[in-house]
Design a protein around this ligand. Structure first.
Ligand code: SF4
Ligand code: SF4
Length: 81
Protein backbone atom coordinates (compact mmCIF):
# COMPACT_ATOMS: atom_id res chain seq x y z
CA UNK A 1 0.00 0.00 0.00
CA UNK A 2 1.27 3.47 -0.85
CA UNK A 3 0.65 6.37 1.51
CA UNK A 4 0.49 9.95 0.33
CA UNK A 5 0.78 12.92 2.66
CA UNK A 6 -1.39 15.85 1.67
CA UNK A 7 -0.99 19.27 3.24
CA UNK A 8 -4.05 21.49 2.93
CA UNK A 9 -3.61 25.23 2.93
CA UNK A 10 -6.51 27.65 3.44
CA UNK A 11 -6.85 30.47 0.96
CA UNK A 12 -8.94 33.53 1.70
CA UNK A 13 -10.03 35.50 -1.33
CA UNK A 14 -11.37 39.01 -0.72
CA UNK A 15 -13.17 40.94 -3.43
CA UNK A 16 -12.12 44.52 -2.72
CA UNK A 17 -14.45 45.86 -5.41
CA UNK A 18 -17.57 44.96 -3.44
CA UNK A 19 -16.19 45.32 0.12
CA UNK A 20 -17.89 48.17 1.98
CA UNK A 21 -15.28 48.16 4.76
CA UNK A 22 -17.73 47.39 7.54
CA UNK A 23 -14.99 45.46 9.43
CA UNK A 24 -17.38 42.68 10.46
CA UNK A 25 -14.93 40.09 9.17
CA UNK A 26 -12.06 41.61 11.14
CA UNK A 27 -14.08 41.49 14.35
CA UNK A 28 -15.36 37.97 13.74
CA UNK A 29 -12.06 36.24 13.02
CA UNK A 30 -11.06 34.15 16.06
CA UNK A 31 -7.53 33.75 14.71
CA UNK A 32 -7.17 37.56 14.44
CA UNK A 33 -5.51 37.32 11.05
CA UNK A 34 -7.72 39.81 9.20
CA UNK A 35 -6.71 43.45 9.40
CA UNK A 36 -7.83 46.72 7.87
CA UNK A 37 -5.12 48.65 6.13
CA UNK A 38 -5.54 52.16 4.81
CA UNK A 39 -3.44 55.05 3.65
CA UNK A 40 -4.03 58.72 2.86
CA UNK A 41 -4.78 57.92 -0.76
CA UNK A 42 -6.52 54.59 -0.42
CA UNK A 43 -9.67 53.60 1.43
CA UNK A 44 -9.25 50.79 3.91
CA UNK A 45 -8.78 47.34 2.47
CA UNK A 46 -8.96 44.02 4.28
CA UNK A 47 -5.79 41.95 4.32
CA UNK A 48 -4.92 38.49 5.56
CA UNK A 49 -1.74 38.71 7.61
CA UNK A 50 -1.15 35.01 8.27
CA UNK A 51 -3.15 32.63 6.04
CA UNK A 52 -1.56 29.54 7.58
CA UNK A 53 -3.16 30.37 10.94
CA UNK A 54 -6.66 30.26 9.43
CA UNK A 55 -8.61 27.26 10.63
CA UNK A 56 -11.36 27.59 8.06
CA UNK A 57 -14.17 28.34 10.47
CA UNK A 58 -15.70 30.52 7.72
CA UNK A 59 -16.96 33.06 10.25
CA UNK A 60 -15.67 35.88 8.05
CA UNK A 61 -17.34 34.44 4.96
CA UNK A 62 -20.70 33.98 6.68
CA UNK A 63 -20.80 37.40 8.35
CA UNK A 64 -19.81 39.44 5.30
CA UNK A 65 -22.92 41.35 4.11
CA UNK A 66 -21.54 41.72 0.58
CA UNK A 67 -20.37 38.13 0.00
CA UNK A 68 -16.91 39.57 -0.55
CA UNK A 69 -14.99 36.76 1.15
CA UNK A 70 -14.44 33.25 -0.10
CA UNK A 71 -12.56 30.73 2.06
CA UNK A 72 -11.11 27.84 0.09
CA UNK A 73 -8.94 24.92 0.93
CA UNK A 74 -6.20 24.12 -1.57
CA UNK A 75 -3.66 21.32 -1.73
CA UNK A 76 -0.32 22.93 -0.97
CA UNK A 77 1.97 19.93 -0.95
CA UNK A 78 1.65 16.28 -1.80
CA UNK A 79 4.39 13.78 -1.10
CA UNK A 80 4.99 10.13 -0.44
CA UNK A 81 6.77 9.48 2.89
S1 SF4 B 1 -12.10 31.34 8.06
FE1 SF4 B 1 -12.15 31.83 10.29
S2 SF4 B 1 -10.00 31.80 10.94
FE2 SF4 B 1 -10.01 31.92 8.69
S3 SF4 B 1 -9.87 34.12 8.20
FE3 SF4 B 1 -12.05 33.58 8.25
S4 SF4 B 1 -12.75 34.00 10.35
FE4 SF4 B 1 -10.49 33.93 10.37
S1 SF4 C 1 -17.22 41.81 6.18
FE1 SF4 C 1 -17.12 41.92 3.93
S2 SF4 C 1 -17.78 44.00 3.45
FE2 SF4 C 1 -17.25 43.99 5.61
S3 SF4 C 1 -15.08 44.61 5.67
FE3 SF4 C 1 -15.12 42.36 5.60
S4 SF4 C 1 -14.93 41.88 3.41
FE4 SF4 C 1 -15.54 44.01 3.56
Amino acid sequence: MRWIRIILSPKIAINHDVCIHCLKCVRSCPAEILISESSKTQKGIIKVIDPKSCFECRACEVICPENAINVMCAIENESAP
